[in-house]
Design a protein around this ligand. Structure first.
Ligand SMILES: [Ca+2]
Ligand SMILES: [Ca+2]
Length: 492
């Protein structure tokens, strides 16, 4: 009798383990500062990304996906908590989510899978650097692999003026060997995690690539893909900023990323575009290495792959370089899902948000939905790319500044009430601001309904790229210093 009880107990445990085995794995790939210069997204006519294009063919590509904040920490914090920056007040490069009362104990996306018994491992940059510390790290992932800091050349390569030049504002051929590049080491670390992942449990393996974030360094062979004399620069309208509200400047006030005028002055526009393209292609080759290893594990069929970028990057458009804006160039990101539950070979043009990744993964892995998350599952679109979607994509950059993106329109409202409106079908470069045209009053009102109802100011301890606006004094403050509203956008 005792023996048969034991046998039953064993069978019960064995069946449970077997059931646990069948839960799908997740390969979670992040890219830093990647705009839509990806082959299958068509953002640049020359860009070569065969690995991401192949991944997109294996699954569903979103061509109209947007970040929730055009900056690393708030974008990643939002994606990983499933909460909008306007709901948490996390809008600068710090604090991290565990330093904020509201999100201190919030169960994040990676934590969900760690708590559920997955083997979880992270390499490179998933959380913003320095935002997740000490004991908190182990609650997120079982393992923290190689973070892959980018090696620096002995002296800067790009010809930009010093001596206060930001060390990240550099680009060129470096290091000599791909194996010495941070992203190679990050891929190595994630590949190693795939090799070591226990066979008796599902895995959640994250790899966060650092390129094409500045400094844009890659070896010569990646630059050779883009000969200087054939290089196409992004389309730029010289008077593009003339129809913008002054407040648009404030989101980009005094940043180390050079203005287009500075790039032109030092003949660095083409070299920057070329370096960015080279870095995108090199990073893409590392995505290829991860996908090749996934095949080797024999677990590819039961692995959901999700690839995303944290926000875009300007390379001259709107006469700037960098991020921190509410236009497509800053907000649009690659987003691909592939694997079980995802229809292959689809391209979805519906608006999607990075915030949607958390609820989508919960649904794909058959975890219960959570009512506290603010995104919406993309499963309907992963099964049918034409499935309707009610919600636009919303991007926030500091309190009061929001962009609303539908399939056809982009509406921006700044903290002082000023606006922009673009007809994205007719004007994909966002060159003609229609906000002042009375024919579009209704359209603006329709889009403004989506502006976040909760709109928190920066949480205590917010630092770096924080903008506040006092509606009473009408004073805008950038990093503790009042902005001179009459001054032109300062160099660099
Ligand atoms: Ca970033
Ligand atoms: Ca314009």
């Amino acid at each position: 009798m005792k023996l048969s009880c034991l046998c039953l107990a064993f069978l019960f445990v064995a069946s449970f383990v077997h059931a646990a085995d069948s839960r799908p794995n997740i390969l979670f790939i992040a890219i830093d500062d990647q705009n839509d210069w990806i082959g299958c997204m068509g953002g640049h006519p020359q860009v070569k990304t065969p690995s991401i294009d192949a991944l997109a063919k294996r699954g569903t590509l979103f061509t109209n996906a947007h970040c929730q904040a055009p900056l690393c920490n708030p974008s990643r914090s939002s994606l990983l908590t499933g909460l909008r920056p306007s709901s948490t007040g996390i809008c600068g490069l710090s604090p991290g989510i565990r330093e904020v009362e509201q999100t201190k104990n919030h169960v994040t996306l990676p934590q969900t899978y760690t708590q559920a018994g997955y083997f979880t491992s992270t390499s490179g940059k998933i959380y913003h650097d320095g935002s997740m510390r000490g004991g908190d790290q182990k609650l997120e992932f079982n393992e923290w692999g190689n973070r892959g800091p980018m090696p620096r050349p002995p002296k800067p390569i790009a010809n930009l003026p010093g001596p206060d030049r930001h060390p990240a504002m550099d680009w060129g051929v470096f290091p000599e060997k791909d194996e010495d590049n941070a992203d190679w080491k990050i891929a190595d670390s994630a590949i190693d995690a795939m090799k070591r992942a226990p066979a008796d449990k599902p895995f959640f393996i994250a790899a966060g690539f650092r390129l094409p974030h500045v400094p844009c360094f890659a070896s010569q062979k990646w630059f050779d893909l883009y000969p200087m004399d054939e290089l196409k620069l992004p389309p730029v309208k010289e008077d593009d900023r003339d129809d913008l509200p002054k407040f648009a400047d404030f989101l980009h006030w005094k940043l180390p990323e050079p203005r287009l005028s500075t790039l032109r002055k030092y003949n660095e526009w083409k070299p920057l575009v070329r370096a960015y393209l080279a870095c995108v292609s090199f990073m893409d080759s590392q995505v290829g290495r991860l996908m090749a290893q996934l095949e080797v594990t024999g677990r590819a069929e039961n692995t959901i792959v999700v690839l995303w970028g944290d926000h875009g990057w300007h390379l001259g458009e709107k006469l700037i370089s960098g991020k921190n804006t509410l236009w497509d160039r800053s907000t649009k990101v690659p987003l691909v899902f592939a694997g079980p539950g995802v229809k292959a070979g689809q391209v979805c043009h519906r608006p999607a948000e990075l915030l949607d990744i958390f609820p989508t993964l919960l649904a794909l892995t058959k975890f219960p939905a959570r009512s506290d998350l603010e995104g919406h599952s993309l499963v309907p679109q992963l099964q049918d790319a034409n499935a309707p979607r009610e919600w636009p994509a919303i991007t926030t950059h500091n309190k009061g500044n929001h962009g609303i993106r539908t399939e056809d329109w982009r509406y921006i409202r700044y903290a002082d009430g000023s606006e922009e409106l673009y007809d994205m079908k007719k004007d994909p470069n966002e060159w003609t601001n229609l906000a002042g045209d009375s024919n579009y009053t209704e359209k603006k009102a329709e889009l403004a309904k989506w502006l976040p109802k909760i709109d928190k100011g920066p949480v205590p301890g917010s630092k770096s790229r924080v903008l506040t606006y006092d509606p009473e004094t009408r004073e805008a403050v950038w990093e503790d210093k009042p902005i001179d509203k009459t001054a032109p956008l300062p160099e660099p």
